[in-house]
Design a protein. Sequence first.
Length: 337
Amino acid sequence: MFAPAGLAPDLALRSRAAYLLARDHGGVLAGYSAALLLGADCAPLHAPAEVLVPGYMRAHTGLLVRFGTPTGCDVVEADGCRVTAPLRTAWDLARRLPLIEAVVAVDALAHGRAFAPADLLARCAAQRGARGCRSVAAVVAWADPRAESPMESRLRVRLVRGGLPKPAVQYEVRDEYGFVLARVDLAYPESKLAIEYDGALHFNRHRTELDRQRDAILASHGWETVRLGRDDVDPWMPETARRMWDVLTFRAPASLARGHRPRAGFIRVQVTRMIKNEPRCVDHEKRGGRWLPELASTGRTRHRGDGRARTAGASGWVDQCAGWPRGWSRFPLPLIC
């Protein structure tokens, strides 16, 4: 396949090239390729083009070939290509992707379309035993088609998995007369906290000024607006969730007394040996995106935890609580997302 040299080899270009290749084999675009042409851009940066063919077709670099025969209602035409329908595309992605990415795909495909995420459960019942169908129920439970961007869906799921209450999606903030002041991405109405995800479109001068004016209007009605970017969602999501928890606790502590609390995870830290007062080797195992400070100094082991870790003499080896291997210590770490 040939294309003008000035075109970027993105998923859209590769998907159209894949369709030309699969068309003669009776194939259609599927997966992320179908979602993109259907207007649901939810694919990772380097996702391969994907086709669904009824018979054998040789695979190529950057092309994912799946075998199957979609029924008539499962195929539609989009941008001059035959692709799997939105419901069939959501069904395929929900069965194969990790939870968060599956929720992102279902949210994008169900947004503004004629199917609800719950329709996937009916398909599960009709195709009982299909590969990956056991994970569909969890995806449907997390999905919300009101979400307007993939990063908004990722942020919502990771906040709730981090222990925060479930936020309202695309919430309309109204004044005392019922007039809509603004519609925010995520909101905790009881705390009057609005959370906005700012993508690339929010960083031009005009849009920044509009956002500042809207934040001032919400502030005059008692609302606090927190704006987050890509780095706040990944890789700093544990710290972001902790900040959101602190804000919620400060603004409406009573609303958080109904069983919601930050999740506690653990980091394992191994202090291998100290010579005199200098730790020679401290091996950290990173989990959840956060490092603990160095733990050993001057012959003593200092840490945040239950206080049961200790050093054994001048050798610096760490004696630990029962149930943990020698040399490993257990430390509570909130908000592992």
